[in-house]
Design a protein around this ligand. Sequence first.
Ligand code: RIB
Length: 338
Amino acid sequence: MTKLRDVAKLAKVSTATVSRVLSNAGNVTEKTRRKVLAAMEDLNYQPNFLGRQLRKMETKTILVVVPDIANTFFSKVLRGIESVANKNGYQVLMGDSQNKSENESEYLNHLRYKQVDGVILLTARTTPHLVEELSDSYPIVLACEYLEGSNIPTVSIDNISSARKITSHLIKLGHHRIAHIAGPKNVILGRDRLKGFEQALAQNNLEIDQILIQEGDFTYESGYRLMKKLLALQNPPTAVFAANDEMAIGAIKAIKHCQLSVPEDIAVVGFDDIQMASIFEPELTTVAQPTFEIGSTAMALLLSLMKKEKLNMKQFVLEEQMIVRESCGAKSNVIDSS
Ligand code: RIB
């Protein structure tokens, strides 16, 4: 049976170079790579990938856990992850925790059983000390969501200041009775976006009316249901900030079903800038998260952890952008990053 050293001998390279070609490591010139591949073909060399990986205890696979695969927000984050993973010879598996912390913990077991080399969590809802403990022994990166006070490498945006900016935008447009369809309070992003909303009201000396804060679960259905509830109030809001685009779209549907118009009767803004935000009628004013960059930065961090490199920086806070479209009533297509 042809061995790796036979290929190296024929190609006149070292066995390490043949290994690098096999693992797609990248630090081999194109000329050498071709020479090695030609030698493999001449000798009909069949590499035993499983054996190699077992010896190195590597799967060349990483797992990404998303909280809700139905939310299209995560597809571009995944694209960013995959682009860096593929270039570095890793394949990406995805797990959908369906917003359940117990599913998140289950997925983390793949690390213990060595079924994957590392994990990117786009959700941080399981017991914090479980993730902290695992991250001492295995490569884990958090993205989008984060754990307060944790030292685990994390990529996110500043959710508090972005929520404050978009609420202030509604206030600048003359709204004083603004509702918030919040994310779940047991999720850090729900709490942060609510905090930003409250800060904007306080900064503008506006009263925080608790009846105008309704807790959703980041789904279209909850946006629809809670907007109906807000519309049934004796003194309904003139504007709504929904903690993500899915809920904002649900809220707009509810407003339309009540024969009211957005933004003429009620202004609505969202968060995320999912693809549907610019397609929906009216087009949605929202906060655009740098989704692809969140994914690619998270994967680059995970690669460093898997290579046991020292990280100079562990917390990455990326820039977001407010995109002003029709649904807030400003009616101009300007980008406001103030
Ligand atoms: O999981 C819900 C939300 O978290 C998304 O809409 C997006 O904002 C993400 O950060």
